[in-house]
Ligand binder design. Structure first.
Ligand SMILES: NC(=O)c1ccc[n+]([C@@H]2O[C@H](COP(=O)([O-])OP(=O)(O)OC[C@H]3O[C@@H](n4cnc5c(N)ncnc54)[C@H](O)[C@@H]3O)[C@@H](O)[C@H]2O)c1
Length: 386
């Protein structure tokens, strides 16, 4: 883990803070319980007085919006809240245009702040709106899903989906502050919590074997919301992501490691129409198991490694095989077509994140499509043969 990532977590009663080291655009990720009610003060002291417009979705609004509005009103900075429909379909051009116009109507000017309050869908959409509004206004991420707290709220990738694929329109636009109130996770459906956990485990699998071993021992405490375990899981994940983003903000190299399991996973998500049939984290869980099995099949990784990964994911209730995708199963041509749509294709070769061991992922740019199709055919045949 990078020494460049400042660790100022020792503050006894305050939130844990991880700095994303991006020079003049560096920002803090604050992690801890009860932060929502502190938000007005945290924003005012760290970012100065600014008109704040909240963007959220109906599920988050129902449970937590009143607390956030109160906190902002106490500082006199709340100018309005925009509540959108929950779900991936909200990350679209058709929602982006009225959102931008609504933010302008609320008087968000160059000095204003967009407050993205929700999961990755709201963070990606509101962050992109902030990136293009008046050629860029500041925004604050207040992530309310585990996935958003450990992944999507950190690193500045914002954007929307189109008919051609996910996240194909977007911008790098870093937030000015991230406030991860761990108490908000208590209202998250179990399935969403598990899906977010897949991204937590990803950090162990890609670069931190000791963290993965810790998760194998302590995952029950994380799911039981034991404060120390939950905070450690989130903080370790955020530090890992902050370090990678600090070294490779625009994904010229190392940042691609964060896509472990994503080439397969995105294809499964696309096959399921980005619906509740398969959540992003579930698709990535299967994708990571496949990435390890594929690494073994290519002789890059010791036999048995993928089994260790699958055993852990199965223990927490995550899917580990394509046969667990509900409904019709994808076939090899369909998957190859969907992976071809993946924006990581270069000159007919596929980019995969492979692994030499737990905690040792690497970027392979030269994977021949036929090795992939053979592997997928064996996976599918193996599943139907059991
Ligand atoms: N920008 C990035 O770097 C990045 C990284 C990973 C994923 N993503 C994107 O993130 C999105 C997925 O994010 P997600 O998994 O957070 O999904 P999401 O935003 O759809 O949230 C999942 C569900 O949980 C609900 N919810 C959110 N917080 C809640 C709470 N505290 N209590 C109860 N319900 C709550 C939401 O309304 C929604 O129904 C995808 O669009 C993916 O592409 C972006």
């Amino acid at each position: 883990m990078s020494d460049a990532v400042a660790d100022r977590t020792a503050l006894r009663d305050g939130p844990r803070a991880v700095t994303v080291p991006l020079g003049t655009r560096a920002y803090d990720v604050l992690i801890g319980p009860g932060l929502l009610t502190e938000t007005g003060r945290l924003i005012a002291t760290r970012l100065g007085p600014a008109k704040c417009a909240i963007v959220t979705d109906e599920n988050v609004a129902r449970r937590h919006l009143a607390a956030l509005e109160t906190a902002l009103k106490q500082e006199g900075v709340h100018v309005g809240s925009i509540v959108l429909k929950p779900g991936e379909a909200t990350k679209s051009f058709s929602e982006l245009a009225p959102l931008c116009e609504h933010l302008l109507e609320l008087g968000i000017e160059r000095g204003g702040l967009v407050v993205a309050f929700g999961g990755g869908v709201i963070g990606d959409l509101a962050g992109f709106a902030a990136a293009i509004l008046r050629r860029g206004v500041r925004f604050v991420q207040i992530p309310t899903t585990l996935l958003a707290q450990v992944d999507s709220s950190v690193g500045g990738k914002t954007g929307i989906d189109t008919a051609q694929g996910k996240n194909l329109i977007g911008a790098f636009h870093q937030p000015s502050l991230v406030i991860a109130d761990t108490d908000t996770l208590r209202t998250l459906p179990d399935r969403e919590m598990r899906a977010g956990y897949a991204e937590v485990a990803k950090y162990g699998l890609l670069g931190d074997a000791a963290f993965f071993a810790w998760l194998e021992q302590n995952w029950r405490s994380v799911f039981a919301f034991e404060p120390a375990a939950l905070a450690k899981a989130i903080e370790t994940s955020v530090k890992a992501k902050a370090g990678i983003v600090g070294r490779d903000e625009t994904e010229q190299g190392e940042r691609a490691l964060l896509n472990l399991g994503h080439t397969f996973g995105h294809a499964f998500e696309a096959w399921c129409g980005y619906s509740d049939r398969l959540l992003h984290g579930e698709a990535i869980a299967i994708g990571m198991c496949l990435a390890f099995r594929f690494s073994e099949a290519l002789g890059k990784c010791a036999p048995g490694t993928s089994e260790r990964v699958a055993v852990h994911f199965a223990a927490v209730g995550l899917p580990t095989r394509m046969s667990e995708i509900p409904g019709a199963q994808p076939d090899v041509p369909a998957l190859m077509r969907l992976m071809g749509q993946d924006k990581k294709v270069r000159q007919g070769k596929l980019t995969f994140i492979l692994a030499r061991a737990v905690g040792e992922a690497y970027v392979a740019h030269d994977v021949a499509p036929e090795r992939v199709s053979d592997f997928l055919a064996r996976e599918i045949a193996g599943a139907s043969g059991r």
